[in-house]
Design a protein around this ligand. Structure first.
Ligand code: NIG
Ligand code: FE
Length: 388
């Protein structure tokens, strides 16, 4: 059955062939896939009509970085940081203890709650990492549960060195590259490492990424959140699709990212929640790097499920225009996940789109704290609605 989406305030398709904000445009979809986009007065006859009531329409958000399989609570860590403590990778250990002790049902229902919040905020594609189990069975369990929510699953056994391996971190890296990878690869699309102070060295990171790649996984990396250790060079050498965080970046590192066509995934929720300096997105854009924005939803450094809030931060604090930030949260996220079927409204793409209750996408950044996302469609189906 064909459906026409019409009466759109402004249509932000992220298609390279259309105006950034097209006026008096419409589009149609059939069986969950976009079939046509163009001026409304040329629209084909369709079986059904969705009336946008003059609201802006844009692609569903693609959140390429989230850690949703965990238990426990670290709100006190956040409160302590706001009183002057600083963030360190060491806090992950308390979530590992709580996650190992939790039942499958607890992990599943916690993830379900967060995924539900993400859907309501317009996220239609999301990635989920392991990384709070850090044993063969706990990491595999996290990925099995993550798979119930998304096909974009990432094995992050190398998140931190768990307490029982503190005296011999390389033995833990052996485990990650060996039995843990064997157990986890069937449930994963991606391999990732936290390459930073208090986590893994560039040498250890390269070992894990190359082992994952040899097992058929695609490569992404956490780097330069706390300091620049050499992770960017490792990412380039290992063929990473995206490097994420990038709070601290030299011009040389920016040049390496650009030369190797690596997507920069910026995570403004982390700078917000850890009171760190925001990276200047202009430096990335001017270097010719593709930028994505993601929530990094996790209990430690960014307990945030709202992509509109991340867009508002990217605009206000990272110096992106609203158009650039929305692109980073849609087409940019898709690029960071190497996905060619989501992130844009154009023929052949999945019919994943958002109808706002405001006429322009500016409201996403202009009115933070009140989401203008009114109706969320995925594969042409209504996923969430706050429509009265
Ligand atoms: O992406 N940086 C490493 N990992 C997570 C934080 C994990 C935590 O603090 O629990 C992140 O920020
Ligand atoms: Fe992360």
């Amino acid at each position: 059955m064909s459906t026409l989406v019409s009466n759109i305030g402004e249509l932000v398709s992220e298609s390279d062939n259309l105006p950034a904000r097209a006026q008096r445009y419409a589009f149609s979809f059939d069986h969950g896939v976009i079939t046509w986009i163009g001026p409304e007065d040329q629209a084909p006859q369709c079986d059904d009509i969705i009336d946008a009531h003059g609201g802006a329409v844009l692609p569903g958000f693609v959140d390429s970085h989230a850690h949703l399989i965990f238990a426990g609570d670290r709100s006190a860590d956040f409160a302590a940081r706001m009183s002057g403590d600083s963030y360190s990778a060491g806090g992950i250990a308390s979530t590992v203890t709580a996650t190992r002790a939790a039942s499958d049902a607890e992990l599943r229902s916690n993830a379900q709650r967060l995924v539900g919040q993400m859907h309501s905020q317009g996220i239609t594609t999301l990635e989920i990492k392991s990384g709070y189990g850090l044993t063969v069975s706990d990491e595999q369990r996290a990925l099995r549960i993550a798979r119930e929510f998304t096909s974009e699953t990432t094995f992050l056994g190398a998140h931190v060195v768990p307490a029982e391996f503190k005296s011999d971190p390389d033995a833990y890296v052996d485990l990650v590259c060996g039995d843990m990878l064997t157990a986890c690869a069937p449930f994963s699309r991606w391999i990732d490492v936290f390459c930073d102070r208090g986590a893994f060295t560039p040498e250890q990171s390269a070992r894990v990424l190359l082992a994952g790649k040899a097992a058929g996984l695609k490569v992404r990396l956490h780097a330069n959140q706390l300091e620049s250790l050499g992770g960017i060079e490792v990412a380039a050498a290992c063929g990473a699709i995206s490097v994420d965080h990038l709070t601290f970046m030299s011009d040389m590192e920016l040049a390496v990212m650009a030369e190797n066509n690596i997507v920069a995934t910026l995570l403004p929720g982390v700078e917000f929640s850890t009171r760190s300096p925001y990276p200047d997105a202009r430096r990335f854009l001017e270097a010719g790097i593709s930028v994505a924005i993601a929530t990094d939803c996790n209990p430690g450094s960014s307990f945030i499920t709202s992509m509109p809030f991340c867009i508002a931060l990217a605009v206000r604090e990272m110096h992106m225009s609203v158009d650039e930030a929305v692109r980073a949260a849609t087409a940019g996220g898709a690029q960071a996940l190497d996905r060619h079927d989501v992130g844009r409204i154009e023929p052949g793409m999945s019919a994943d789109f958002l109808i706002l209750d405001r006429p322009s996408i500016d409201y996403l950044a202009y009115s933070p704290g009140t989401s203008p996302v009114q109706r969320v469609f995925r594969g042409g189906q209504l996923l969430r609605s706050s429509h009265e």
